[in-house]
Ligand binder design. Structure first.
Ligand SMILES: [Zn+2]
Length: 137
């Protein structure tokens, strides 16, 4: 089974093209249902990259919960892979586990995520503990 995220990332014309085989390897492909949401109006944060079609959220475990075990490990692996391969795949910034990595500040590595005045960084969803936010150039 190919999950929507994997399919979408591999699609011709996708802003960030990750081959299915690569995505499956990164994620240690299993039957865990990770959810992805890319485009939406994001009315609560209209300057977000989501309504511009430049962002995806990848949920590990379930929304609203701090992921554990394999879910957490898979999120860590994907986040690190996105950072490591940022140039190749046009990664602008990644938010995961209360931290943000920005390509424009790559030399600073992962920095604490403040929530930008919109999200509560201590919250599972607000702090991006339950999902990776991926923005693309
Ligand atoms: Zn997002």
């Amino acid at each position: 089974m190919i999950y929507p995220l994997v399919k979408e990332m591999a699609a011709v014309g996708a802003p960030v093209r990750v081959p299915v085989a690569v995505a499956c390897r990164i994620l240690g492909f299993s039957k865990q249902g990770y959810y992805n949401a890319c485009w939406d109006p994001h009315a609560w944060n209209p300057t977000s990259d989501h309504p511009k079609g430049r962002a995806c959220d990848i949920v590990f475990g379930s929304l609203g919960h701090f992921p554990k075990g394999t879910d957490k490990t898979n999120g860590d692996r994907l986040a690190e892979w996105l950072v490591t391969n940022a140039d190749t795949w046009g990664v602008n910034y990644v938010i995961w586990q209360g931290r943000v990595w920005n390509s424009a500040r790559a030399n600073q590595g992962w920095r604490p995520y403040t929530g930008g005045g919109i999200y509560n960084p201590a919250d599972a969803t607000g702090g991006h503990f339950d999902h990776i936010h991926l923005s693309q150039h």
